[in-house]
Design a binder for this molecule. Structure first.
Ligand code: G1P
Length: 299
């Protein structure tokens, strides 16, 4: 079976949860510390061995492509000013992966966005990374996509990441009904997209990291719209469990729901606390402000 060298990153959403910021800035370009969300997602894919990133973009998303391209004037200026550290960083971003952009011409849902990547992935296996979630592998450990790729290579079966959520949160996610095969590794029996708590007993949610073989594309080609009139990836995955089978695994990594305002702020704080330039200043600030918070709210 061929190796997982391609990843699809859907980035065509309107980002309404972050309005008004996303009126002019794509949500994928909102900043975590000093890089846009999309940078962290592409970095995860690249560290998992992905070479070609298929960006499924919609209108007004040119800045994402520009971010991974050369900026001649800027780089020339940095070179003249001797700012080699910044230049190296920009060169690294530019050479991280091949970014192939495909327009999703209609907003027909996540399943349709993934199917839009078919001309590039063809019959090869591929990863899907949703940019609403940022995951950071523990130091020296493989990241979530890398863990899925290893499992896919071993089992030759499509594999998705799952995480446990509270009952009140099941309606925010695709939910998998699973059967444990060995610790942390499961066979998926069924899936449901954003159920009401009474529609499922499962608390295993999909955080937006998947590795598929090409069968999912065949299923997506024949999929029909369901929840919200959209072609849901989850529906085709449900058919996949019944045909070729689908595995799921828990993961060891920090995860931030950057698609949510609170999760986005948490990601900024935690990544800031890991940034050598910022960590001591930010830590002192958090300690000082939490003392004030003990006495109530900020004035
Ligand atoms: C999508 C998927 C859902 C998944 C979620 C993770 O939903 O449809 O299955 O659990 O991403 O963030 P969205 O949040 O785009 O509505």
């Amino acid at each position: 079976m061929s190796k997982v060298k391609k990843a699809i990153i859907p980035a065509a959403g309107l980002g309404t949860r972050f309005l008004p910021a996303t009126k002019t800035v794509p949500k994928e370009m909102l900043t975590i510390v000093d890089a846009p969300i999309i940078f962290y997602v592409v970095e995860e894919a690249v560290k998992a061995g992905i070479e070609d990133i298929v960006l499924i973009a919609g209108r007004g998303k040119h800045s994402i492509e520009d971010f991974f391209d050369t900026s001649y004037e800027l780089e020339d200026r940095l070179a003249k000013e001797g700012k080699s550290h910044l230049l190296d960083r920009l060169a690294h971003i530019r050479s991280m992966a091949n970014i192939i952009s495909i327009r999703q011409k209609q907003a027909l849902g996540l399943g349709h966005a993934v199917l839009s990547g078919l001309p590039v992935v063809g019959k090869e296996p591929f990863a899907v990374l949703l940019g609403d979630e940022i995951t950071m592998g523990f130091r020296g450990e493989p990241n979530v996509t890398a863990q899925l790729v290893s499992s896919f290579n071993e089992t030759e079966t499509s594999t998705i990441a799952i995480m446990e959520v509270l009952e009140k949160d099941v309606s925010k996610y695709g939910i998998a009904d699973v059967e444990e095969v060995k610790p942390g590794f499961f066979k998926v029996n069924s899936l449901i997209e954003k159920p009401k708590p009474h529609q499922t007993k499962s608390r295993w949610a999909l955080p937006g990291r998947y590795v598929f073989d090409s069968e999912i594309m065949n299923l997506l080609k024949n999929a029909t719209p369901s929840l919200n009139g959209e072609i849901q990836l989850t529906d085709s995955m449900k058919v996949l469990c019944e045909s070729r089978g689908l595995n799921a695994m828990t993961f060891k990594a920090n995860r931030y729901d950057a698609g949510d305002k609170l999760g986005y702020l948490q990601a900024n704080i935690e990544l800031g606390l890991r940034n050598p330039e910022l960590q001591s200043g930010l830590r002192d600030y958090i300690l000082a402000i939490s003392k004030k918070l003990k006495n109530g709210f900020l004035e």
